[in-house]
Design a protein around this ligand. Structure first.
Ligand code: ZN
Length: 396
């Protein structure tokens, strides 16, 4: 089955495209950013607030929801949409990323290509076998097993609109030979996921295959071609994308250059402001990233300042007496209250829930306006100009 994906405009100077992806619970206007509802909520926000910020879809985490509260319990409550009271589209990851990142340092280390040094986490993966992965659950220490079929069954219980296939998120610090063998196994797991879904998957649930291949051009191209040759509704790009941004953009382009244009493409775990611009230019339709929500909880706000990586640490001592607003002219509901940086700093330092919530709202609104602006620009034929403005520090 092919996804109902309508491409409305393609930029003449890049691979950027704007479209509408129609899934069981509604439409996603692309390019789109997908906020994380890892454990069944976008942390600190109600579903109505997420919707009002302009988001069409959220991402639920297969691994965490399986361990707690359990996908069968969620199925008993009518599925994840009903359980979390979000009636729009939901994409669920496969759990592979979490299972593997437990064994290879932190998630961020893997994506950014840093050396694995996660404290006390290695060893949680007991064994990676052809059949699946044996791991130790962080909830109760019990030994569990996740196979491609298990992941698809969990996602069927969750009832997401888009399920991602189970893959091995190949670490950065492994040999080319390991990456090649791992990528081939991911393709065999892809077939098993599609077979299971064809027989047992919920009607209307789309399945995205995942391109792996590390930072090796031939492996990435082969993987993209292998995934495209299967009957996946859409295609995600995952795994290690390199240590530097330029390398990441290259890796993405290797894949998108050979992917069939008519199928939607998702870039897993990437969502910094410059990465959104670069990803859209390379033909990515949807993104998910923990950045805006995690930063918000740590008192870091997004601002249109590329020289500071678009962020300001509101806990900084230099803001103690600042009467400046969080961001001049920001139309978001948090900034509309009119708090000064001094007040937000004081609240963030005190770990006040209100501060974390408001900064999260502001960050999500900032990211949403960025992708919405890129989308409008593609439709208007001004993508190159608008991209340059955003990268130059224009407020979205
Ligand atoms: Zn704001």
């Amino acid at each position: 089955m092919a996804a109902d994906f309508e491409i409305l405009a393609v930029d003449s100077g890049s691979m950027a495209r704007a479209g509408v992806l129609r899934v069981a619970h509604g439409e996603i206007r692309t390019p789109a950013f997908v906020p994380l509802a890892t454990k069944g909520s976008v942390r600190g926000l109600t579903p109505a607030e997420v919707r009002d910020l302009g988001f069409d879809m959220v991402l639920g985490n297969t691994f965490h929801l399986h361990l707690n509260p359990g996908d069968e319990r969620i199925a008993g409550q009518g599925g994840l949409h009903s359980f979390m009271r979000w009636d729009g589209p939901i994409i669920t990851d496969s759990g592979g990323f979490q299972v593997f990142s437990m064994g290879h340092g932190t998630v961020a280390d893997e994506i950014k290509g840093r050396a694995p040094n996660g404290p006390g986490r290695s060893g949680s993966v007991r064994a990676i076998e052809e059949e699946g992965v044996r791991y130790r659950a962080y909830t109760d220490g019990s030994e569990r097993f996740m196979a491609p079929e298990t992941s698809m069954e969990i996602q069927a219980n969750l009832g997401s609109d888009i399920a991602l296939v189970f893959d091995e998120c190949t670490p950065f610090h492994v040999s080319r030979d390991y990456t090649a063998r791992s990528t081939e196994r991911t393709h065999r797991w892809l077939d098993r996921c599609l077979d299971w879904h064809a027989e047992h998957g919920p009607a209307g649930q789309l399945v995205y295959g995942i391109v792996q291949g590390g930072v090796h051009e031939d492996l990435r191209v082969e993987s993209a071609q292998a995934v495209a040759a299967r009957a996946c509704d859409g295609i995600a790009i995952g795994g290690s994308l390199g240590a530097e941004k330029e390398q990441m953009y290259e890796v993405v382009r290797w894949a998108t250059a050979v992917l069939p244009p008519e199928r939607p493409r998702h870039l897993l775990g990437i969502g910094e402001i410059d990465d959104l611009v670069a990803g859209v230019a390379r033909g990515i339709d949807t993104f998910d990233c923990v950045m805006p929500t995690r930063l918000g909880r740590h008192g870091v706000a997004l601002v249109p300042e590329p020289g500071r990586r678009w962020r300001i640490d509101l806990t900084a001592a230099s803001l103690k007496d600042s009467d400046e607003p969080l961001m001049e002219g920001c139309p978001c509901p948090a900034c509309a209250i009119g708090y000064s940086r001094s007040y937000l700093r004081y609240m963030a330092k005190a770990r006040e829930l209100t501060a974390m919530r408001l900064i999260t709202v502001h960050n999500l609104a900032f990211v949403q306006r960025t992708v919405a602006r890129l989308r409008e620009a593609i439709l208007a034929g001004t993508f190159e100009q608008v991209s340059a403005e955003i990268l130059g520090g224009a407020a979205p």
